[in-house]
Design a protein around this ligand. Structure first.
Ligand SMILES: Cc1ncc(COP(=O)(O)O)c(C=O)c1O
Length: 400
């Protein structure tokens, strides 16, 4: 039995059976490289699903972690902590929000956003408005409320009922459908600017303008889920900045501490009034260790202008992938993305190409059966993208 086979056997005995895993074990990571137990090297184009935006296992972050771990890790939110305040200040400097609530994951950040929108309507606006309208194809998390907010059906939701009330769904980029869905019970519209799990779909600019006008007219809140799209990934700090908007509430997680669990809900002063002491809390959120690491992450992103780097590399990748689309008519349906949030939609079932790419040593994701999804580190060498594009080209050349 190989080390890999032995690990899989033990895993299946002790770990809940919730994941369809890749047939790969990972024992070590550095930058945009992963290694398995047998010593095989992979080019990582997924970054732990948009988490290691700065690359894996950096010495500068390891130093901050080690130093802070000897000073203060976590004491709960009963106490003021300078590390948390410093991190919030740095985060707020990147956007138009005024206040932060720190959580431990994306789903919890979205839970906080949904709770804040509802409580803002009840306590500030004194309206019995609680409904959250989300988009079909969206993904917002796996807790009961965020799972319900997720605009998908099927196994993701089956067997978990009763699901919380107060959520409805509308098709993407259809302002009329959204306008008809808004009622006196609506508290907020919740969107991803670029649907990630939904297959890398950036929203139309006209549609977003329509949402802003509608939210203003009906006096309802706009929540933007930036958990996958945020933190320089799309070529700006936040994907909503491509649309020139300031959401009332938006959420972040994933890359916030480059791999340590951390999430954040950010709100304008207006919306943040919905929370008062005791209305929402977490034991771990914004602890000193994760906050210190996150502050360093934000510094590195700023100092290295990783928003601009993501825009440049993303434009390069999309240009090359579009050339391949023209070269192989029918084999690539579309190339979609913003910055380094990239999707190549194949014109046929993608399982074979996806498997072959992994066998050649490339780690990426296959979404919706046909979309190759890439979320590489923003620090990735351009040459790694070139090598991947060459590998994809030679595979497509051989496909009938
Ligand atoms: C857009 C979006 N929202 C929410 C989540 C949930 O985040 P987490 O898995 O940290 O709870 C994800 C995770 O993939 C996501 O991509």
């Amino acid at each position: 039995m190989t080390k890999y086979e032995s690990l899989v056997e033990k895993n299946n005995k002790v770990i809940c059976n919730t994941y369809g895993r890749y047939p790969v074990d990972v024992t070590k990571a550095k930058g945009s490289r992963l290694w398995d137990l047998a010593g095989r090297e992979y080019i990582d184009l997924l970054s732990g699903i948009s988490v290691a935006n700065l690359g894996h296992c950096r010495d500068d972050l390891a130093d901050v972690m080690a130093e802070q771990a000897r000073k203060l890790v976590q004491v709960s939110n009963l106490f003021y902590q300078a590390e948390q305040v410093e991190c919030a200040e740095k985060l707020l400097a990147t956007c138009g929000a005024d206040k932060v609530f720190f959580s431990n994951s994306g789903a919890e950040a979205n839970e906080a956003a949904i709770k804040l929108a509802r409580r803002y309507m009840r306590t500030v606006k004194e309206r019995d408005a609680y409904e959250i309208i989300t988009l079909e194809g969206s993904f917002h998390g796996r807790t009961l409320a965020t799972l319900t907010a997720t605009g998908q059906t099927g196994p993701i939701k089956d067997g978990f009922g009763p699901l919380p009330e107060g959520f409805s769904y509308v098709p993407v980029n259809d302002i009329e459908a959204l306008t008809s869905a808004v009622s006196g019970k609506t508290a907020a519209i919740m969107i991803e600017m670029v649907q990630g799990e939904g297959g890398i779909n950036p929203l139309d600019h006209d549609y977003v303008d329509g949402i802003i006008a509608l939210a203003k007219e009906k006096d309802i809140l706009l929540i933007v889920d930036e958990i996958q799209s945020g933190l320089c990934r799309t070529g700006k700090w936040w994907a909503h900045q491509h649309y020139g908007i300031t959401p009332d509430i938006f959420t972040s997680a994933k890359a916030l501490a480059n791999g340590l669990p951390m999430g954040a809900m950010l709100a304008t002063d207006k919306a943040a009034k919905g929370f008062t002491p005791g209305s929402h809390a977490t034991t771990f959120g914004g602890g000193a260790l994760v906050s210190k690491v996150s502050s360093k992450v934000l510094d590195i992103m700023t100092e290295n202008k990783l928003d601009e780097r993501a825009a440049e590399l993303g434009a390069f990748f999309m240009g090359e992938a579009n050339k391949m689309k023209d070269k192989y008519p029918g084999k690539i349906n579309s190339v979609r993305g913003l910055g380094l949030m990239l999707g190549v939609e194949l014109g046929f079932d993608g399982s074979e190409v996806f498997t072959k790419l992994r066998e050649k040593g490339f780690i990426l994701n296959l979404t919706k059966g046909t979309i190759l999804r890439l979320l590489p580190a923003l620090t990735i060498d351009k040459q790694d993208l070139v090598v991947f594009l060459d590998a994809l080209d030679s595979l497509l050349a051989k496909m009938d």
